[in-house]
Design a protein around this ligand. Structure first.
Ligand code: GLN
Length: 601
């Protein structure tokens, strides 16, 4: 449309408790505004001191998400990229560490001309300048700047760490001319089970804190198990000074892809566009394709069970992008995804001695699965179990996708079992191994890199659509030892993709196996609803018995959701949520961890 002259900002804050799913709320607002014809970008503020997520364990804030430019960032940037199908940059993630580092660098250079450097104005100015600069970067692959920037402030109102950011946003809202700034406050309306009443007090208190910090909400988005009652909206409106039609229910939905239509149904877009003065410039939101995916997902019936064997299987969100990529693929394959999270170390023989029950349970899950996925990882933890999972999949013709470390353990396993090199290892786990099949690279490889297919006569090239190369995101330090490639190949491993030098092995296949694929990159980061990563489609299709020669010849037939597979399942709608499994997949998916019921306990 190009008619929006000033940058418009939608700031999303969150109150009461963390984990309300404000990332999903912010991404959904973005999706709705995009559907209204606007070009939307996104900035996530993480108030912690880490400059990025590089050194953070997934057990802290969930998975480390990797961007094209090699930035290692928080999980919400992944949500946003998936919801809006955009590519963000490292600068779209602000942390307190980045801002302080920037200000301290300027101080050392003498840029402050002898002044005392302080939180106000230097840190708060730096935050505002950063937002204004980064909002202009196009993220949708088109020329020219975005029209709306969504700024999501992480943490909960009242956190000490977020104070400088609150002050900066408060100054920002004051500076912004009329119609350029809209604040959406995500809050919680719990239900106390005994009387079943929706309680407004936590939201009232949280809005009060917001006001004390100089910010006034334009919209309230309230997480609740059920839609907000009329009288609850009235009460909130009166006490928080927000009009009724700007109070939005974020009630439970079967899957997160329903949230944008939840917003549209309540005319959230009209409220935001009104506040931003954009109502006349936009179109009615169209979300048909998106909603089709959301609804299809609810109706999937025939299950496909995937065992994910990892180190952080007990941490929700530690493998978020893997989970989402599997879902994208299972929607296309018309299968209801059931994930069995298998703690890698429980598969180990040592666990058999210490905790036989856990050992037995882990092996039961692995053996009950239709397919196995070993995700990326760093360090020793659980490596023995991951090697056993790769061995099990290889020997039993069970579909296997090994991502980065998942490919590396498959090589270690193959070298040990097939080449008979008993001590074969990666130098990451045994620096002095006699048979180093994985060795440290001279550089750390992060971000988008090109992988060239050596042959088109392999499953991965076919799944990618017979292309010559593919660009995928990496995050690793080790590579297949070039000195051992020949030996591995002569025993049956096929390295079907390499980097441009041809010396660095990127994709491995076992040609005689139904689906045994290992990759050094992370295809999960570029998977999108409706555009699943081809290798995930391969895993889910193979695990569902659908990956036959015909499909490999025209994988597009699956993407269109037509053909015999789609039709068979579409008629078997169960009407059920489809996501739930014993390991809390539903919660992780929704990204909304607190329910009224949980609070009441
Ligand atoms: N630790 C391995 C490496 O650095 C694997 C990394 C990963 O799985 N992302 O190469």
């Amino acid at each position: 449309m190009g008619g929006v002259e000033k940058m418009k900002y939608v700031v999303v804050t969150s109150g009461v408790v963390s984990g309300l799913g404000n990332g999903v709320a912010a991404s959904s607002i973005g999706t709705v505004l995009k559907a209204c014809g606007l070009r939307v970008t996104f900035i996530k503020i993480d108030p912690y001191l880490n400059t990025d997520s590089r050194t953070m364990s997934p057990s802290e804030n969930g998975e480390v998400f990797v961007l094209d430019d090699g930035s290692e960032v928080g999980i919400d940037l992944g949500n946003y990229e998936r919801f809006l199908d955009v590519e963000l940059t490292g600068d779209n993630n602000i942390t307190a560490g980045k801002i302080y580092q920037h200000v301290l660098d300027k101080e050392r250079r003498g840029d402050y001309l002898g002044k005392t450097v302080q939180v106000i104005p230097h840190i708060t100015d730096a935050i505002q300048e950063w937002i204004e600069r980064v909002a202009l970067i196009p993220v949708d692959g088109r020329e020219g700047r975005p029209e709306v920037c969504i700024v999501e402030l992480g943490g909960t109102i009242g956190d000490i760490e977020s104070r400088p950011f609150m002050e900066a946003l408060s100054q920002f809202s004051y500076r912004a001319e009329d119609n350029n700034f809209c604040l959406v406050h995500v809050s919680l309306v719990p239900v106390i089970d005994i009387v079943g009443e929706q309680k407004t007090k936590p939201t009232q208190c949280s809005v009060q804190s917001l006001r004390e910090l100089g910010l006034k909400p334009n919209l309230l988005a309230c997480r609740s198990t059920t839609p907000l009652n009329k009288n609850v909206k009235e009460k909130l409106s009166q006490s928080c000074h927000v009009p009724d039609d700007c109070i939005i229910s974020l009630n439970n939905v079967p899957n997160i892809w329903h949230v944008p239509s939840l917003l549209i149904d309540q005319k959230c877009h009209e409220a935001i566009l009104g506040i931003l003065g954009l109502a006349r410039l936009t179109v009615e939101p169209k979300l048909d394709a998106w909603m089709n995916i959301a609804r299809t997902c609810d109706q999937l019936h025939a299950p496909v069970r995937i065992a994910v064997v990892g180190k952080y299987t007990n941490v929700s969100n530690a493998y978020q992008s893997i989970l989402e990529a599997m879902l994208h693929a299972s929607v296309v394959c018309q299968r209801r995804l059931v994930v069995d999270w298998v703690p890698a170390s429980d598969l180990d023989i040592e666990t058999a001695n210490e905790s036989p029950d856990l050992h037995e349970k882990a092996w039961g899950l692995l053996k009950g699965a239709d397919g196995v996925l070993v995700p990326g990882g760093f360090g020793h933890g659980g490596v023995g179990g991951k090697i056993l999972a790769a061995k099990y999949a290889r020997e039993n013709n069970v579909p296997y996708l090994g991502i980065c470390l998942g490919m590396q353990v498959a090589i270690i396993e193959f070298a040990r079992s097939v080449l008979g090199l008993k001590d074969a290892n990666s130098t990451e786990f045994d620096a002095g191994t006699r048979y180093p099949c994985l060795i440290e690279m001279p550089e750390i490889c992060v971000g988008s890199r090109r992988t060239f297919f050596r042959t088109k006569d392999c499953k991965s090239a076919k799944l990618y659509g017979n292309v010559n190369y593919t660009d995928e995101r990496h995050r690793r330090r080790y590579e297949v030892n070039p000195d051992m490639v020949g030996e591995l190949e002569s025993a049956g491993v096929e390295f079907v993709g390499t980097d441009e030098s041809g010396d660095r092995m990127e994709i491995l296949e076992l040609p005689w196996h139904p689906y045994f694929v290992g990759v050094q990159f992370h295809p999960e980061f570029r998977s999108r609803p409706g555009k699943p990563s081809p290798l995930f489609t391969g895993l889910i299709a193979a695990s569902s018995g659908l990956l036959d020669a015909g499909m490999l010849q025209s994988p597009a037939s699956l993407e269109n959701g037509n053909g015999p597979v789609a039709m068979k399942v579409a008629s078997g709608a169960s009407g059920g949520g489809g996501y739930a499994n014993a390991s809390g997949l539903e919660e992780g998916l929704l990204g909304l961890h607190v329910s009224g019921a949980a609070l009441a306990h």
